[in-house]
Design a protein. Structure first.
Length: 588
């Protein structure tokens, strides 16, 4: 197996490798090109159109001015097209580096390698907190591995293999119909992300000349009602029975024994419960004081964790006339959340463990926060109380200038909560910790800051939405919002219509899965919904287990008719969605 000749942006390491079963014949032609006669070169160009493109690139690369690639890039604007001149220059530069992608990235530097980051500042901060353990039950933080991830790229180890024939099959595989419908959105998103240096675009034919490159299928995904698509790759689905380019199958499960450098353990599933416990303990320590909250997210979170120079080729894809190679991690690989969380948990640990938060320089975002009016004595007297027990005693140091702080993180989403008089300080340390971990705006002014001020919520109510729920610190209640209820109600009504005569056309597995997904989310505050849908879950599980793996269209194609007991359970469930958000008998 071919071994990688790079470790992140530093020395050689055998911990990462990617290979093909058989070297691309085009790469062999590249290395032998100078030894061919003019007649032989002409014959090759006439026999294969790729070699004509290669020959033209050879001429361009001999004279192209590639130093422009090192110049700072202005921020993207909505009306500009993809910079085809930069694509051509990038191809010429890659040619000059003898198709060694790692050498190209090391030469580009800047946002492609983070060589401009002040890593000493982060290392000094880590030394201060490295011996402070997280609270009992909170995620373990591997600070040395987080530093490696941020500086060297990820994964820190990995071995990937596929046949060159599989790469060719993926290149010829047409985009899905859904992707073709979203072609304009994909073009726009790709243009914007390339301008921000999240991807490198090359002429498509060059995929044949990069040793160890795999090709994944391209797709887009939409989050909730956000009209902007997210670019994703699909390194799982095979395009034929002979396709062995499944990169995700070569990544171990998160936290697999002895393989943390390939896919670290993840704990973000505990973030919501940690937030509830934190609010409960805050209320124990401050029974009649206002507790404020502010939810934030790290913009372009996955892109901020760079890909290892060799591993980026594993998650490349093609779109239109371009070969797309990710600079930072992307949606799709099964280890992307794990490696982001190495940095995300480090940020949370910094925010919660920094010894003297009041000594930090006030960050601009914290200064902009507008605190609401203090509650009246009557309002404060009406606050719901939290009862201390053997597990919950309140927070540490509640009367000091630096009371205990906590910041649970669910991937890129976090929520700061603290008492009114300390809230600005708590926000300040959270913003500072994010910038120490992911970079200050001044370090890379052409990219959006890690906490985007456009998304920053300056008004801080006692009731905010975090991970799809409303958290009310005055009434100490968790509420499933009305928009979620309306969405579930609409899906159920549509299902009832499809099951009623004379329709009897049945529901698709996809529509049933959407209903079960919403109910799983709702189960945090209304577990009865899970009980009422057990029959539906077992019914779908049984159907899925019997479908052959190669039939991929069945998810949206086949129709399922539900039994009367299942429909009756869903009808009873649907009736509970009509109550008001504040109704104590509703699902809140």
């Amino acid at each position: 197996m071919h071994r990688a000749r790079c470790k992140g942006f530093g020395p050689v390491s055998p911990a990462r490798s990617t290979s093909h079963d058989g070297v691309s014949p085009f790469l062999i032609l590249h290395f032998s090109w100078e030894f061919l006669t003019s007649q032989e070169k002409s014959l090759l160009c006439s026999l294969h159109p790729v070699m004509r493109s290669y020959s033209r690139l050879h001429l361009v690369a001999s004279s192209a001015a590639i130093h422009h690639l090192l110049e700072p890039r202005p921020a993207p604007t909505p009306d500009e097209p993809t910079d085809k001149t930069r694509v051509a220059r990038m191809a010429a530069a890659l040619f000059r580096f003898n198709f060694n992608y790692g050498d190209l990235i090391r030469w580009l530097k800047g946002p492609y390698t983070y060589n401009h980051r002040d890593w000493t500042a982060l290392q000094d901060c880590i030394k201060v907190i490295e011996k402070i353990p997280p609270p009992p039950g909170w995620p373990k933080v591997n600070l040395p591995r987080a530093m490696k991830v941020l500086q060297q790229g990820c994964p820190l180890a990995g071995h990937y293999n596929c046949s060159f024939d599989s790469v060719l099959q993926h290149n010829l595989h047409p985009p899905s119909k859904d992707l073709q419908k979203e072609a304009k959105s994909v073009d726009e998103r790709l243009r914007k992300e390339e301008k921000l240096s999240y991807h490198i675009l090359l002429p498509r034919f060059l995929f044949r000349f990069l040793f160890g490159l795999h090709l994944a299928l391209f797709r887009v995904a939409y989050k909730n009602d956000d009209p902007d698509p997210r670019l994703c790759v699909n390194p799982t689905s095979a395009v034929s029975k002979t396709d062995n380019g499944n990169a995700n199958a070569q990544i171990p499960d998160p936290g697999a024994h002895g393989r943390h450098d390939e896919n670290p353990p993840i704990y973000y599933g505990t973030a919501f419960m940690h937030q509830l416990v934190w609010l409960w303990n805050l209320r124990i320590s401050y029974p009649h004081e206002e507790i404020l909250q502010l939810a934030d997210d790290v913009s372009a979170a996955f892109h901020r964790i760079l890909c290892d120079l060799l591993m980026a080729l594993v998650f490349a894809t093609v779109w239109g006339m371009y070969l797309v190679i990710p600079v930072g991690t992307i949606f799709g690989p099964r280890n992307s959340p794990s490696f982001y969380m190495e940095a995300g948990e480090t940020r949370s640990h910094l925010a919660g463990s920094w010894p003297d938060a009041t000594s930090l320089l006030l960050q601009d975002l914290a200064e902009q926060v507008v605190l609401p009016p203090s509650p009246t004595p009557a309002e404060a007297a009406s606050f719901a109380l939290a009862i201390a027990d053997s597990q919950h005693h309140g927070i540490a140091n509640p009367t000091s200038a630096n009371p205990e702080r906590r910041l649970p993180s669910f991937v890129d989403d976090s929520c700061t909560a603290h008492v009114y008089w300390y809230f600005r300080t708590a926000i300040n340390v959270v913003v500072w910790a994010a910038r120490i971990a992911f970079g200050f705006p001044s370090e890379d002014p052409t990219r959006p800051p890690c906490i985007n001020p456009i998304k920053w919520i300056k008004d801080d109510p006692a009731c905010v939405k975090f991970l799809g729920f409303l958290l009310d610190t005055r009434q100490m209640r968790v509420i499933w919002p009305l928009d979620k209820r309306a969405k579930l109600s609409s899906l159920l009504l549509e299902l009832f219509l499809q099951q009623s005569p004379p329709h009897r056309c049945g529901s698709t597995p996809q529509s049933i899965a959407k209903i079960l997904g919403l109910l799983q989310h709702r189960a945090m505050v209304a577990p009865l919904g899970t009980l009422q849908t057990l029959r539906l879950q077992f019914f779908l599980n049984d159907i899925v287990s019997k479908v052959p793996a190669h039939l991929r269209r069945w998810w949206q194609g086949i129709r399922l008719v539900l039994s009367r007991p299942i429909v009756n359970n869903l009808c009873r469930l649907q009736s509970t969605l009509l109550s008001d958000e504040s109704d104590p008998v509703g699902p809140a």
